[in-house]
Design a protein. Structure first.
Length: 76
């Protein structure tokens, strides 16, 4: 499963710029719908396209590995 680290990137941006960053601001700046961002943040295993990842990397000035990580599924 891929886990998106958007909350962490928002927190980093807030700290570095010493201001509040909202999902609405991210949505407006990237052109990604707020609902899509919300699903990426809150829904396990959400399937995001590479276009969205590209826009988020540009907005946060980060690499893909800073934005998403692979979590192995736990099999019982």
């Amino acid at each position: 499963m891929i886990r998106f680290k958007i909350k962490e990137r928002i927190a980093d941006k807030e700290f570095s710029e010493d201001r509040r960053v909202t999902i609405g601001e991210v949505a407006e700046a990237t052109g990604i719908h707020r609902m899509t961002l919300s699903k990426m943040i809150n829904q396990r295993g959400y399937n995001a396209g590479t276009d969205s990842l590209d826009k988020l990397c540009k907005f946060f000035s980060c690499n893909v590995q800073d934005l998403a990580e692979y979590i192995a599924d736990v099999e019982d």
